[in-house]
Write a protein that binds this ligand. Structure first.
Ligand SMILES: CC(C)(COP(=O)(O)OP(=O)(O)OC[C@H]1O[C@@H](n2cnc3c(N)ncnc32)[C@H](O)[C@@H]1OP(=O)(O)O)[C@@H](O)C(=O)NCCC(=O)NCCS
Length: 414
C-alpha cells in the first residue's frame, strides 16, 4: 500500500517556488509569480511532500496547521492542500504514496482530523475522506425580489465603502469572533486575511477591482463584505445588466449582516448579485420577499478524514446523549479499526474507548468522516448502504446526536 518507485521528502523553503510551479502545471494553469508570492504567505515548507523521479519533482502535497471548529469545540487539524502529480507520472501510485505518508505524519502530530477541498470529488474517498459539508452558490436577480420589509433596521449600524487594503484589522477581528459559530471553519490569522483581501489582477477575469463594505456599530467593526462588479447593458437597449460577485460576507450578528446585504442589493446598475460560497443553511433565501429567487447551485465542500477515532469522537460535542458501540473499518489507518464505545452526556460531552461489546452501528472511516462535522446524516449514509445497524432506532438517535445547530461550512477554499 502506497509503494512507489518515486521517493518522497519535504521540500526546503528555497524549493517552494519550484514546488508551486509544479502544482500550477499539474492543474493546467499558468505559472503566475504574484500567485506564488501570495501562496508563500501561508505555506508551511515543513509540511510539504514531494515525489521525485531522479532530480525531477513529479508529485506534490502539503498541509496547513489548522485550529478547526468542530461541533461544540475546536481541534488541531491538517488542512490538506497542494496535491498534484505531473501529467507524465499519473496513475502510477504517486498520489496514493503521498496520501499514505501524509496520514502517518498527521497521526504522529496528534491531529485527530484532516480536511480538504477536492478538485474532483471522486479522488479522496479511497483515502478515507468523506463528503462532510457542501457549498451553495446563490444568485439573485434584484429586479425580481428584495429584502423583506418586515425585517428591522438597526439604526446603530453604519455601513460604508472601504478599500479592502484598509479593512485588514477589522476583517481579522470579525473572522476570529465568528469561527466557532460553525463547524468546518478554521482560525484565520493576519496571513490568511491578507490572502483573502489580496486583489490580484490575474483573478479578476475582466471584473472590477475588489471593493469593500464595512459595517460598524459604535465605531467597532460588526460586519463586512468584499465584492467585485461587472458593468454591462442589455445589447442594443442600454438597459443596465451588471452583476456583483460577492467574494466574502461575514458579520458578528444578523442585524449587521442584513445591513451589508441591503447595501449589496441596492447598488444601482447592477442587476444580479452572486454569492459564490455559502453554507446550505445560509440566511439569504430567508431575508428575501421571494425565497425562490435565491437560485442555488450546490456542490461538495469540505471532505473530512478522521485520523484518530477516539480523539476525534471525544473532541466534539453531540446534540443529544448517546451510548453506542460503533464498529469502524479503516485499511489505511489500522489504529482506527475496531469497535468503539461512544458515550455522550446531557451536555453533549463525550468519551470514546475501545470495547469488546457487539457493535450497534458499523461503518467505514470514509462514512465516519462524512458524518463527523454534523453535515451528513448517518441515516442518509445508511440509506445509501454505507452504514449498517442491528438497531435502527439506535442509529436514528446516533444520527441526531451527530447533527449540529449549524451546518458545517468552510469560507475559504484552500
Ligand atoms: C488527481 C491526481 C493527483 C492523481 O494522482 P495519481 O498519482 O495519478 O494517482 P494514483 O496513481 O495514486 O491513483 C490512485 C487511485 O486514484 C484514482 N484516481 C486518480 N485520479 C483520479 C481522478 N481524478 N478521479 C477519480 N479517480 C482518480 C486512480 O484511478 C487510482 O485508483 P485505484 O487505487 O483504484 O487504482 C492527478 O491526476 C492530478 O494531479 N490531477 C490534476 C490536479 C488535481 O486535480 N489535483 C488534486 C487537487 S485537490
Amino acid at each position: 500500500m502506497g509503494d512507489t518507485p518515486y521517493p518522497l521528502r519535504t521540500v526546503t523553503d528555497d524549493e517552494l517556488d519550484h514546488f508551486f510551479r509544479m502544482i500550477s502545471r499539474a492543474f493546467g494553469e499558468d505559472v503566475r509569480p504574484e500567485e506564488i508570492a501570495l501562496d508563500r504567505l501561508t505555506a508551511e515548507a515543513g509540511r510539504t511532500l514531494a515525489a521525485f523521479d531522479g532530480d525531477e519533482m513529479v508529485g506534490t502535497a502539503g498541509a496547513f496547521t489548522f485550529d478547526l471548529a468542530v461541533p461544540g469545540g475546536r481541534l488541531p487539524a491538517a488542512g490538506v492542500t497542494y496535491v498534484g502529480v505531473s501529467p507524465t507520472h499519473r496513475r502510477r501510485g504517486v498520489l496514493t504514496s503521498m496520501m499514505q505518508r501524509q496520514l502517518a505524519d498527521i497521526h504522529e502530530r496528534g491531529e485527530p482530523v484532516a480536511v480538504l477541498w477536492a478538485s474532483e470529488a471522486a479522488i479522496y474517498g479511497r483515502y478515507g475522506y468523506g463528503l462532510a459539508s457542501r457549498r451553495m452558490d446563490v444568485e439573485i436577480d434584484r429586479t425580481q425580489t428584495a429584502v423583506r420589509r418586515d425585517l428591522p433596521v438597526d439604526e446603530s449600524v453604519e455601513v460604508r465603502l472601504v478599500a479592502p487594503a484598509d479593512m485588514q484589522d477589522a476583517v481579522e477581528a470579525i473572522e476570529r469572533a465568528v469561527v466557532d459559530e460553525r463547524p468546518g471553519q478554521f482560525v484565520r490569522d493576519a496571513r490568511w486575511v491578507e490572502t483573502a483581501l489580496a486583489d490580484l489582477e490575474s483573478r479578476r477575469h475582466g471584473r472590477s477591482a475588489m471593493q469593500g463594505v464595512l459595517a460598524t456599530r459604535g465605531g467597532r467593526p460588526a460586519g463586512y463584505a468584499t465584492y467585485s462588479t461587472k458593468a454591462s447593458a442589455v445589447r442594443g437597449h442600454a438597459i443596465a445588466d451588471g452583476d456583483i460577485a460577492v467574494i466574502a460576507q461575514r458579520a458578528l450578528d444578523p442585524a449587521a449582516d442584513l445591513a451589508v446585504t441591503r447595501l449589496l442589493l441596492s447598488l444601482d446598475l447592477m442587476r444580479r448579485v452572486r454569492w459564490w460560497n455559502q453554507p446550505l443553511d445560509s440566511a439569504i433565501p430567508h431575508v428575501l420577499t421571494d425565497p425562490r429567487q435565491a437560485r442555488s447551485i450546490i456542490t461538495d465542500g469540505l471532505h473530512a478524514r478522521v485520523v484518530d477515532v477516539p480523539a476525534a469522537l471525544s473532541g466534539r460535542r453531540y446534540a443529544r446523549p448517546v451510548d453506542v458501540a460503533v464498529a469502524v473499518t479503516d485499511d489505511r489507518c489500522p489504529w482506527n479499526a475496531g469497535t468503539w464505545r461512544l458515550v455522550a452526556d446531557g451536555d453533549g460531552v463525550a468519551d470514546c474507548e475501545r470495547t469488546d461489546a457487539a457493535a450497534d452501528v458499523a461503518l467505514d472511516v470514509e462514512a465516519l468522516g462524512a458524518a463527523y462535522l454534523g453535515g451528513t446524516p448517518l441515516t442518509a449514509l445508511a440509506a445509501a448502504g454505507r452504514v449498517s445497524t442491528t438497531n435502527p432506532l439506535r442509529l436514528n438517535d446516533l444520527s441526531v446526536a451527530f447533527g449540529w445547530s449549524r451546518l458545517p461550512w468552510c469560507p475559504v477554499i484552500f
